[in-house]
Design a protein around this ligand. Structure first.
Ligand code: S3P
Length: 436
């Protein structure tokens, strides 16, 4: 167990590079494994979530060299080269790893059982089991919501047209990956614009993928060709540094080489609606994705109303947005965010508790939060609930709170942002880690 002690800080100053994008790292190692040829991955997120995915591919006979570093070589075994694992595949805390792999294994001629930690064991897999069953595979788990451990048994798959009940890149990706093995085209139609990294990477590797608005179709029949991948810095990690820069007095911080895929950068638009413009510079294209430097300076924030498709494009940033809202003048209303209830924790309930404990005025709604600010936050003892984004959001709140904020269970930060505490310290944050 580890604990963070955080005190009011500022000015924060400096330029940093955060670790590689989690979503792209998962996909690079998974799709690299299914390709013909060898691929080099640079900037791989060497953190627990993505390491679980890499180890799962190894357990299915794929040679992944370089673990646990940020440069890997993946020797692809081709679409039909995976071997039945001898034991269960432990996906740790990673919903993305588990859900995408269920799609891949649905196309194999073997069965596998996937397990996870306490948090992942409470996350529903019925959203994946339903479309995969329609395609001809079976996914069985615990209870009606198909909780892990889950067993997936591959079969001869049919192409389907699937309308996802929620905008979810994990569901879309699982269906498309199974679609690589189907007897005809597979189409996914979404209610909102979830992140599109799977489609981009499949296309770059030669798959026949067509996109028309919120409809994606994959026509099977082509092998995947190994492609080297340089993983850009993770926007969803950069945001913690940027938010700390916006909130703490006299600060100016830059995060370099950040992924700027528009399905991910909704928080920049939300910040702009709150009166804080994060500036973008030195943009370039890296492996088909725009990357650039982001700079945030201390700014006075105002409340705003957020909902609809913007929420999909900032889905992982809602806990942090709640912290910004508590510091903003006026009321912020976040709607259409019920998906937050089935993330690494129930992020609506947990953030209402965390900010409530720090003195904020937060009302929880079934699909969102209403936060009246600004609040002079007070230090408190917070539990992370095993959720990395809750823990890092609480650190940002602690940087502007009066007194000491103690975050218990901070080891979960390592699932997505190894080096977070050292990086924040290097910028001037008063944040100290203790181990039991
Ligand atoms: C992810 C998709 C998102 C996101 C998660 C990563 C991905 O989940 O919350 O952190 O890499 O596909 P949903 O697509 O289920 O909303």
């Amino acid at each position: 167990m580890s604990r963070l002690r955080v005190r009011a800080s500022g000015p924060l100053r400096g330029s940093v590079r955060v670790p590689g994008d989690k979503s792209i790292s998962h996909r690079a190692v998974m799709l690299g494994a299914l390709a013909d040829g060898t691929a080099r991955i640079d900037g791989f997120l060497n953190a627990e979530d993505c390491l679980c995915t890499a180890r799962a591919m190894q357990a299915m006979g794929v040679d992944v060299e370089g673990l646990p570093e940020t440069s890997l070589m993946v020797e692809g075994v081709g679409l039909s080269g995976l071997r039945e694992p001898t034991g269960e595949l432990d996906m740790g805390n990673s919903g993305t790893g588990m859900r995408l792999l269920l799609g891949v294994i649905a196309g194999q001629s073997f069965a596998a059982t996937l397990t996870g930690d306490e948090s992942l064991s409470g996350r529903p897999m019925d959203r994946i089991a339903a479309p995969l069953a329609e395609m001809g595979a079976s996914v069985s788990g615990q209870g009606g919501r198909v909780l892990p451990p889950v067993t997936v048994r591959g079969g001869t798959l049919r192409g389907i047209e699937y309308h996802t009940p929620m905008a979810s890149a994990q569901v879309k990706s699982a269906v498309l990956l199974a679609g690589l093995y189907a007897d005809g085209p597979t189409t996914v139609v979404e209610p909102g614009p979830s992140r599109d990294h799977t489609e981009r990477m499949l296309r770059a590797m030669g798959a026949d993928v067509s996109i028309d608005g919120l409809t994606v179709t994959l026509r099977p029949g082509r092998e995947l060709v190994a492609r080297d991948v340089t993983v850009p810095a993770d926007f969803s990690s950069a945001v913690f540094v940027l938010a700390a820069g916006l909130l703490t007095p006299g600060s100016e911080v830059t995060v370099e080489g950040v992924l700027l895929n528009p399905t991910r950068t909704g928080l920049l638009e939300a910040m702009a609606s709150m009166g804080a413009v994060v500036s973008v510079s030195d943009t370039e294209q890296v492996a088909g994705e725009e990357v650039g430097n982001l700079t945030a300076r201390e700014a006075a924030l105002g409340g705003c109303e957020l909902g609809g498709e913007l929420i999909v494009r900032l889905i992982d940033e809602v806990p942090l947005l709640a912290v910004l809202a508590a510091c903003a003048r006026g009321t912020t209303v976040i709607r259409d965010a019920a998906e937050l209830r089935v993330k690494e924790s129930d992020r609506l309930a947990v953030m209402a508790d965390v900010l409530g404990a720090m003195g904020a005025d937060v009302t929880e709604h079934p699909d969102g939060l209403e936060i009246a600010g600004p609040t002079a936050l007070r230090g408190a003892t917070i539990h992370s609930h095993g959720d990395h984004r809750v823990a890092m959001s609480a650190v940002v709140a602690g940087l502007v709170a009066e007194g000491e904020t103690v975050i218990e269970g901070a080891e979960c930060i390592a699932t997505s942002f190894p080096g977070f505490v050292t990086m924040m310290q290097s910028l001037g944050a008063q944040c100290v880690e203790e181990h039991d």
